[in-house]
Ligand binder design. Structure first.
Ligand code: NAP
Length: 292
């Protein structure tokens, strides 16, 4: 709608995505105090907001609808990519993606494929087809914990997982570690565990000896860096990353949208998007929840 002093006025009218981080300084490759608009500063639900121009990235892509672009809003993608860069995920590596049907999980599956890694999704059976279509190599049911490790290894042909992207925590993390620490002499790199969420529980009992004897490297992850945001925008512009938009809701139906999200049942994948009522017909209605 407007630009500040010294900013090219031709930017007015650009559609795009905000790198939502509140960076503490200008450093491009590190972000030590992660915070964001809607938390450390107002703006999450604002109609207008002033942001640093270099954090607002133009995304023209005419085939990408506004609601689809909103579904690529960057929290999930930045977190997912920072989980991967922290663990140094490389081409050909087998990566266990937990919480796979969620916002961060669906971003991880796509990003693994972008860098040439092989994502194994941990989810529920009713979401398996959609996760395979998104890029998962295989889907492992997160139920029946006693057989979890065995079932993971059955999908990899007995090969260890190279790195785990843990969004779940709780009682599953110790099992996630077990999927990596077999056949150590045939591994090329240390086992790596990136942690960015706790959807399954905030406390985990982990056998300490396994961490140090098997030299499991653990990375705590929040958000990401300026450099990573710019790389993600490049992949969105090039079409390498695609939106996973489950449904749109009107802003006036925000409570219903939240209830739907909290109670989401089978076949739910990715994001819901909230559209202001005044723009519903053009931007929301094409993605309204299919209740038939
Ligand atoms: N560190 C950061 O900067 C950062 C940023 C964003 C999010 N997060 C955190 O990362 C986690 C995932 O975020 P999200 O936005 O992707 O959430 P989401 O969209 O709600 O997805 C979470 C997924 O986790 C799985 N799940 C839920 N309860 C579970 C349980 N008890 N045991 C195992 N799996 C369970 C479900 O997937 P399936 O049905 O497929 O199993 C669910 O779809 C959350 O804990 C969130 O707070 C952290």
């Amino acid at each position: 709608m407007a630009v500040g002093e010294g900013i090219d006025p031709s930017r007015i009218g650009e559609r795009g995505l905000l790198d939502f981080n509140l960076y503490a300084d200008e450093r491009r490759d590190i972000n030590l105090t992660p915070d964001y608009y809607g938390h450390g500063a107002d703006g999450g639900y604002a109609e207008y907001i002033a942001v640093p121009s270099d954090q607002f990235h133009h995304v023209a892509n005419p085939k990408l609808h506004d609601a689809e672009l909103a579904a690529m809003g960057m929290c999930s993608y930045q977190t997912a990519y920072h989980m991967m860069t922290s663990a140094g995920i490389g081409a050909g590596e087998r990566v266990l993606v937990t919480g796979a049907s969620g916002g961060v999980g669906t971003a991880l599956i796509q990003l693994c494929r972008v860098v040439g890694a092989i994502p194994y999704a941990v989810s529920q059976p009713d979401k398996a087809d959609a996760l395979i279509a998104l890029g998962a190599e295989a889907v492992i049911d997160r139920g029946d914990l006693p057989t979890f490790v065995e079932r993971v290894l059955a999908t990899t042909g007995g090969q260890p997982i190279d790195a785990v992207m843990d969004l779940v925590g709780g009682e599953m993390t110790n099992l996630f570690i077990d999927t990596m620490i077999i056949d150590m002499q045939h591994r090329k790199r240390y086992p790596r565990l990136s942690i960015a969420g706790a959807s399954g529980g905030n406390l985990s009992e982990i056998m300490w000896t396994r961490i140090y004897l098997y030299q499991v490297q653990i990375f705590g992850v929040s958000h990401g860096t300026r450099e990573e945001a710019e790389q993600l925008i490049a992949w969105i512009r090039s079409g390498d990353l695609k939106p996973v938009l489950h449904a749109a809701f009107k802003l006036s139906e925000l409570h219903e949208a939240e209830r739907y999200f909290v109670n989401r049942g089978s076949n739910y994948l990715g994001k819901i998007v909230i559209v202001p009522d005044s723009q519903w017909q053009s931007h929301g209605a094409p993605f309204a929840l299919n209740t038939s």
